[in-house]
Design a protein around this ligand. Structure first.
Ligand code: MN
Length: 262
């Protein structure tokens, strides 16, 4: 299963990262949506220095509400759309539709995708943290083989999850099941809808839909390389010209919302 290298997707070299995003880019018009197009990662950049792989779940109210579960694998975000969302309840098996890889930058995306565009609707960063594969050091091969066991450390979720491919739907998309193992982090009856706020801005989908950027145009600096370096230099403290509305009490001072909200 996990070490079935013959079934590994073609082109696993670093240069393949761009091609892995072809489907993502083909579906979107970046003159119209504020979603990131994705830039090539410097060679050897990911996973992170400590081997931490990014984990993010976005709550996306498109034509139908779903949660997008994304795992950093080989420089992009492997992605599943989970209509009922992930849960800590070990008795629940949730449908998870495998969708196209997303760029790493997508992990910070929170905002509104215009109506009529692919995935039109509002998106919040519902949960984020890190993950690690639990019984393989080649998660891309495990995904290609249809079964991935992984451990999550994030703000809302924790513990061991399993993704298993079961079938294909009429449009040939892969259907998987997502479940939580009955470990110390399991919580019977846990419902993602009871935890509706963004871990990035403290806002709900309604609040993001009403005001896609938490700062006005005048105070929202362009997403320049320079701003990013300022933010990094400040150790992640809030950029002085960005302002949060008073309601975002639990807003994290990562200063990144302006970038993603545009
Ligand atoms: Mn989605």
């Amino acid at each position: 299963m996990a070490d079935d290298r013959a079934r590994r997707p073609a082109g696993r070299s670093r240069g393949a990262r761009g091609r892995k995003l072809d489907e993502y880019r083909d579906k979107r018009d970046f003159d119209r949506t504020t979603e990131p197009a994705g830039t090539p990662a410097p060679a050897g950049e990911s996973p992170g220095a400590e081997g931490a792989r990014r984990f993010v779940v976005q709550r996306h109210r498109a034509r139908r509400l779903h949660y997008d579960l994304r795992l950093e694998v080989d420089g992009t975000l492997a992605s599943w759309a989970v209509p009922k969302g992930p849960t800590l309840d070990p008795k629940v098996r949730s449908l998870a539709v495998h969708v196209e890889d997303h760029p790493i930058e997508y992990a910070d995306f929170e905002g509104v995708i215009p109506e009529g565009e692919y995935g039109g609707g509002d998106v919040i960063v519902w949960d984020r943290g890190t993950w690690s594969p639990s019984d393989t050091d080649d998660p891309a091969a495990a995904i290609a083989a249809g079964e991935l066991h992984f451990d999550v450390t994030s703000e809302k979720l924790a513990g061991r999850f399993v993704l298993v491919r079961t079938d294909r739907d009429r449009s040939q998309r892969e259907q998987w099941l997502l479940l939580h193992k009955n470990d110390d982090h399991a919580r019977p009856g846990w419902d993602p809808e009871d935890h509706p706020r963004s871990v990035k801005s403290g806002r709900t989908n309604d609040e993001v839909a009403a005001a896609p950027t938490p700062c006005g145009a005048a105070t929202c600096p362009p997403p320049t390389r320079r701003l990013r370096s300022v933010l990094q230099r400040d150790g992640g403290t809030r950029h002085p010209t960005t302002s949060w509305p008073p309601s975002t009490r639990s807003a994290r001072a990562d200063g990144g919302s302006c970038r993603a909200g545009r």
